[in-house]
Design a protein around this ligand. Structure first.
Ligand code: G3P
Length: 214
């Protein structure tokens, strides 16, 4: 399973890279808006640090505008993946991107049939937003399971990128489900790393170590 960081903050990306689990980065307009920098500047900076796939989202909502932005994003760096929303125009853009060899991440996916269409259009990644489904009382992980089954049934090569993950249970369930990629916010990292028994055990070892003769 690949670990992507869901952020536009370069310092978070640098820290995750230093810990050895930065396989890629996803961004979205909301995350980029928090940085106060232009979208282009943010993606250029990220691509200097992260050599894995870096998702940059189109802002146009019509096919022609999406394609113009997709081609422009692709020229920024070889590892840019163009993030396209799951709309009719979006799916058309995904199909053209696929034909042109531009990798895509289809975003704002909320059910299995949407994911099926994205795979048919040739999407490289599909991003079901699991936390946002949970927010409205629909089991996000069940939707991810359905997508996994459908992709398996028909041997689609589109990778499932579990997004909008909010807590360690999401990460564990996504991993058990066998999604290809998870993207997590930086703030989730401490909750994944720390365990009270690890901290307590370490304290005991350090205390006991003081009694070891030099
Ligand atoms: O990658 C999608 C993610 O940014 C959405 O997360 O927490 O805003 O639902 P959230």
């Amino acid at each position: 399973m690949k670990f992507f960081l869901d952020t536009a903050k370069i310092e978070e990306i640098t820290q995750a890279a230093a810990m050895g689990f930065l396989d890629g980065v996803t961004t979205n307009p909301s995350l980029v808006a928090q940085t106060g920098k232009s979208y282009l500047e943010v993606i250029q900076e990220i691509c200097k640090v992260c050599k894995g796939p870096v998702s940059a989202e189109v802002l146009a909502t019509d096919y022609a505008g999406m394609m113009e932005e997709a081609r422009r994003w692709r020229k920024v760096a070889k590892n840019v993946v163009v993030k396209i929303p799951l709309t009719g125009d979006g799916l058309r853009a995904v199909k053209t991107c696929t034909e042109e060899g531009i990798p895509t991440n289809v975003t704002l996916c909320f059910n299995a049939t949407q994911a099926l269409l994205a795979a048919k259009a040739g999407a490289t990644y599909i991003s079901p937003f699991l936390g946002r489904l949970d927010d409205i009382g629909i089991e996000g992980m069940e939707v991810a399971q359905e997508i996994r089954s459908i992709y398996h049934n028909y041997e689609f090569s589109t990778q499932i990128l579990a997004a909008s993950l909010r807590h360690p249970l999401h990460v564990k369930q996504a991993a058990l489900l066998g999604v290809d990629v998870i993207t997590i916010p930086f703030k989730l990292l401490p909750a994944l790393i720390h365990h009270p028994l690890t901290e307590k055990g370490l304290q005991i070892f350090l205390e006991d170590a003081k009694r070891i003769p030099a």
